[in-house]
Design a protein around this ligand. Structure first.
Ligand code: FE2
Length: 243
C-alpha cells in the first residue's frame, strides 16, 4: 500500500495573510484553511488541478473568512469552532474541543485556544507534525487579545507548547521580521535570535515566507512562550501593542 502523505501548500493572500491548502498526495480533493479572499484561491486550485472539498476557518475575523462563502458556493462545507458557528456566514459545522475528524484523509485534532478571540481554534495533524494556529501564535509573537484575557491566552499557548518539539507551526500572518525587531528591543539573552532573523531575511528576500516555524525554536525565542510569569507576559504584550 502506497503511503499517504499530507501535502501542505502556502497561499499568501491580502497584504500579509496566509491560507493553507491541504490535500493527500494521492487525491485531488483539497481543504483550505482561512481563505481571506476567493479569486486568488480559485486560480490557485485551478492551476494545481485541485477540487475544493472543505473550508476550515480558525476564527471569525474577516481576514480569515472573507473568501469562504464565495468559494463554498453553497456546495462546499465550511467548518469552524462551535463557538464561531453563528458568527461565520455559511458555516455548516461547529467543531468542539479535542474533536478528531478526518481532513484530506488525515486525522486532525481540534484544539480550542481562546485568547485572540473566544472562538479561536488550532488544528493539529499529528502524523504530519503540523499545527495550524490562526492568529494565536506567530513566529516570535502571538495574537492580540481582542476578546480573551491574558490568562486564557497563556493557557492556550501552554496547550500548544505541550505538543512535540518538532511540530511545525503554520501561522496566520507574515509578521516575523517586525516581531524580531520587538524581541531585539527586549534585550533578552538570546544568541540564537540573530541567526534566526538572518535566516528569515534571506527567505523573505527570495520571495519565500517564514511559515512554518518550529515549536522547539519558538519555545526558545518567542517572548510569549518564554515569559516567566503572567506579569512578565502581560507587560510584553502591552509593549508589543505599542511597538
Ligand atoms: Fe484575527
Amino acid at each position: 500500500v502506497a503511503s499517504k502523505t499530507l501535502r501542505i501548500q502556502i497561499l499568501p493572500l491580502l497584504s500579509d495573510n496566509f491560507s493553507y491548502v491541504l490535500h493527500d498526495s494521492h487525491s485531488t480533493l483539497a481543504t483550505i484553511i482561512d481563505p481571506s479572499e476567493s479569486s486568488p484561491v480559485r486560480k490557485f486550485l485551478a492551476k494545481e488541478a485541485l477540487n475544493l472539498e472543505l473550508i476550515i476557518c480558525t476564527h471569525h475575523h474577516l481576514d480569515h473568512v472573507g473568501g469562504a462563502q464565495e468559494l463554498a458556493d453553497q456546495k462546499v462545507p465550511i467548518w469552524a469552532s462551535d463557538y464561531d458557528r453563528s458568527r461565520i456566514a455559511g458555516c455548516t459545522r461547529g467543531l468542539s474541543d479535542s474533536e478528531e475528524v478526518l481532513v484530506a484523509g488525515h486525522k486532525m485534532r481540534v484544539i480550542f485556544v481562546p485568547g485572540h478571540t473566544l472562538g479561536q481554534i488550532a488544528l493539529y495533524f499529528e502524523e504530519a507534525s503540523a499545527l495550524f494556529v490562526g492568529d494565536t501564535l506567530f513566529s516570535l509573537g502571538c495574537g492580540r487579545l481582542f476578546e480573551g484575557t491574558a490568562d486564557q491566552m497563556i493557557a492556550s499557548l501552554n496547550k500548544l507548547m505541550a505538543l512535540p518539539d518538532e511540530t511545525k507551526i503554520y501561522f496566520g500572518h507574515e509578521y516575523t521580521l517586525r516581531n524580531g525587531e520587538f524581541v531585539e528591543s527586549l534585550n533578552l539573552n538570546l544568541p540564537e535570535l540573530k541567526t534566526y532573523l538572518q535566516h528569515v531575511r534571506d527567505l523573505r528576500s527570495k520571495g519565500n515566507f517564514s511559515t512554518p516555524s518550529l515549536l522547539d525554536l519558538e519555545k526558545r525565542l518567542n517572548p510569549f512562550l518564554n515569559a516567566h510569569s503572567v506579569e512578565e507576559w502581560t507587560r510584553r504584550r502591552a509593549l508589543r501593542n505599542h511597538f
